[in-house]
Design a binder for this molecule. Sequence first.
Ligand code: 2P0
Length: 332
Amino acid sequence: MKATAKANANIALTKYWGKRDKKLMLPQNGSTSMTLSGLYTVTTVEFDKKYEKDAFVLDGTELGEERAEYKKVKKHLDLIREKAGISEKARVESKNNFPTAAGLASSASGFAALSAAGAEAAGLKLSSQELSALARMGSGSATRSVLGGFVEWKPGEKEDGSDSVAEEIAPKEHWPEFRMITTIVSTTEKKVKSRAGMAQTIETCPYYRDWLATVNEDIENVKKGIKEKNFALVGQTAEYNCLKMHATMITTKPAMIYWMPTTIAIIHGILAWREEGLESYFTIDAGPQVKVICLEKDVPSLEKRLQATEGVQKTVVCKPGEGVKLIEEHLF
Ligand code: 2P0
């Protein structure tokens, strides 16, 4: 009853921000993303009678029962146990190859890996849609990391949430030249986590309904742009969608301003470079890092410019990556 899974992070091209059902983790709106090669979580889960309680080791440190991350993992294990009809406690070890909780979607790769490894270890045989619905129960963005390439998370209409799942827009082979350059401008843990932040936005932001009114059009444009490999359409739509989401964050009470000076310096850089004919677009999540959407041919010039921007600590170039998969190498 032991299994290990590897899941890549994903970055939304059109964002998820807000739940319509907190218990079933159903989103207010659909979203689209690219699964990233190279930024991943590996998780081993073992259910065994020898364990007296669930244990969760993240990046080499065992987390105490009082930690929020421990509670989320335990809740997810309970859900898997319930589905599989088992009662054994589990040991979970998880490793990220990038900083946790700094706006690089660690909960997406984390819960996709935990769901795949946990389901396998518990003997559940799930389709990829069922697996995405399970991952969703851990973290909304994890729904999308179950699949590779370009992905849509359908908001779904059913009350039980069974149709709020991931669907492939196109596999990674469809557009192998597509790139996202992830910049790391800060590795400090953010002050307001997404879950609390999005709930505050729904409660207090006067523009939230305007956000919801325009998201579906963005989703359609991103899907069309991906299918037709229309880079400008994908980039322009993703950038504007990100700005609309941040407009709701900034106008939430209390305001959530995730951008740091380096975030803004990169934005201005991208706009100026675009004027010169170097085409790239930015997208930013609930954190200060900027993800630069571009094509393979422009990566060398963009990386040079990004690395010369004051405050940029690191850049990581990501291609469209694969979905979650089981691997043989266990962490313990
Ligand atoms: C996204 N974000 O679509 C958006 C954009 C952040 C900004 O999904 O409460 O960690 O676990 O469902 O998935 C981050 O939120 O939140 C997120 P929960 P999650 O990628």
